[in-house]
Design a protein. Structure first.
Length: 527
């Protein structure tokens, strides 16, 4: 596959400019670059979602023109998006067949094809399982199965490891090797440069919308790739200087939350969660997604009403206060899903800057009516765009027009601008490039030094280990173990997240789960 001279313009910005890429059949070709560098636009062009203004695409020696994704699929190109596109209330088979009923029917023929593909590529997918019962890694494999089912010979994977623990990443890479062995091609988009060097056969670096380098993995390093992307060496999140005080900022005691399953059964989502975060402390919570982290964040933010327990902020019980009052009390919030809970995608950037803070300066002039100060909000949006390097032609464009990483930088800038007492950060650097990641780390470190308390939820284990003063492991709705960030490795932490053992973990004081009970009893032996 060859992309030659690809150029794409939007009002006020050139997203792609004269890009050249050659992808060899039967290889993993990595595409890396900063947020806003043009990677997503380029892949949308290749997948038929947008037409190029200039340039040509050649597949297997034949010049092609894609007007829709159906055209790309017909030529064997499939795309797995960063945000899963699955219906939780349907089975694996129903999700795979949806929209492709004409290929193999909806019954036995479809089931047979799904099993053939699953076995051929080591995907280990069971057709009759409900998607809501699948873990993140299985959902990722299901998305890959969906495009294979439609006959894809070239797969575009957008940030496929963003939500996976190290063991799941290794399993995914094994799947990719199976695809390569069968002659399939993978275009791999990622900001995790170490992973890129592990899995890629070829690497193309894009910067500011144009191709700047084509390199071989055995001839470069993460540092050199980062320099190609952003032009400078980048720091790690590692920081061992303690700023933790003895002042309690957030105290959660015996928090319980239950949910009703589709079959009518009741299960515990949060089971006796207890922890304290002090001023100047970052508490990191590690866990495979779906083990209660999202519900914990929503309970602390007032987005869910727990069945029992208390939440105390800076000495005041806020257990029954609405979300707005908690925000006004000093809680900043970086949500897990920026599209659903962090942004108004159809609104301009300056309106999104006000979101969640309409009663606070500079967005409001105060007083009994709380009159909005739109001029001040616009001016401060321009400051955030500059300070956080949000790549945009202006503050009037909609949030939907920004790349995912630039959307994330806007949210982080908005929340940090109000100097919160407590920052609830759920995956704060998900989808951002290495340069923006380092900047966000620096912002958290600086605010932590000034007394900010942080509840950090992240799938990036290096981020958790490097930024946290205290680490807790969450498993099946319980805090099951404590870890020392100074000694634990990502591999050990990843094992603990899946319920396995680690020599650098201790049973948590707020409860434990099967296999992490104690060091002397029967359960301890199973560890």
């Amino acid at each position: 596959m060859e992309l030659h001279g690809i150029t794409k313009r939007f009002p006020g910005v050139v997203a792609n400019h004269d890009i050249d890429i050659t992808v060899r059949r039967g290889t993993v070709h990595a595409l890396v670059g900063e947020n806003g560098a043009g990677k997503s636009t380029l892949m949308k062009i290749l997948y038929g979602m947008q037409p190029p203004d200039e340039g040509t695409i050649t597949v297997d020696g034949e010049k092609v023109s894609f007007r829709t994704p159906a055209d790309a699929i017909a030529r064997g190109i499939g795309m797995v998006h960063q945000h899963f596109m699955l219906a939780d209330n349907l089975t694996v088979q129903e999700n795979v067949v949806l929209g492709a009923e004409k290929l193999y029917g909806i019954g036995g023929g479809a089931r047979k094809k799904i099993m053939e593909l699953s076995d051929a590529y080591g995907l280990a997918i069971r057709p009759d399982v409900l998607v809501e019962e699948l873990g993140v890694a299985d959902r990722q494999r299901l998305e890959i199965l969906k495009v294979l089912y439609r006959g894809a010979r070239t797969l575009i994977l957008d940030e496929p490891t963003a939500v996976l623990v190290p063991q799941e990443v290794d399993a995914l890479f094994d799947n990719l090797r199976e695809l390569k062995a069968e002659g399939l091609t993978v275009i791999f988009i990622s900001h995790k440069l170490g992973e890129v060097l592990t899995v890629a056969d070829d690497i193309t670096v894009i910067r500011r919308g144009t191709t700047v380098a084509a390199v071989q993995p055995d001839e470069t390093t993460p540092k050199q790739l980062a320099e190609l992307m952003v032009g400078s060496e980048l720091p790690s999140p590692e920081t061992r200087e303690s700023t933790v005080t003895d002042v309690e900022m957030l105290k959660v005691e015996d928090l319980h939350l239950s949910a009703t399953d589709p079959d009518g059964g009741v299960r515990a989502v949060l089971d006796g969660i207890t922890f304290t975060i002090h001023k100047g402390e970052v508490l990191g919570v590690a866990g495979v997604e779906g083990n209660g982290q999202a519900e914990l964040v929503e309970a602390v933010m007032g987005l869910r009403d727990p069945d029992g327990g208390t939440v105390t902020l800076d000495g005041e019980d806020i257990s029954h206060r609405p979300t707005r009052a908690r925000r006004e009390g000093g809680i900043g919030y970086i949500p897990e899903d920026r599209h659903r809970h962090g942004l108004l995608l159809a609104s301009p950037l300056w309106e999104n800057r006000m979101l969640g803070h309409v009663t606070e300066a500079p967005n409001s002039k105060g007083g009994p009516l709380g009159v909005l100060d739109i001029a001040a909000a616009r001016k401060d949006t321009e400051r955030i765009v500059t300070d956080y390097d949000v790549r945009t032609p202006g503050i009037e464009v909609t949030a939907a027009s920004l790349s995912g990483g630039n959307q994330q930088k806007l949210i982080v800038g908005r929340e940090m601008s109000h100097h919160p007492k407590l920052l609830i950060a759920a995956h704060p650097t998900r989808g951002v490039d290495v340069g923006a990641q380092a900047q966000i780390w620096d912002q958290i470190r600086e605010a932590r030094h000034e007394g900010l308390a942080v509840l950090l939820i992240s799938a990036d284990l290096d981020e958790l280990i490097g930024l946290s003063d205290t680490l807790r492991v969450m498993y099946r709705g319980r805090l099951v173990a404590d870890a020392d960030p100074a000694t634990i490795t990502p591999e050990e932490l990843g094992s603990a997240m899946t319920g396995a053992a680690s020599g650098h973990l201790e049973a948590s004081g707020s409860g434990s789960a099967t296999g992490v009970e104690d060091e002397t009893g029967e359960e301890g032996d199973q560890r």
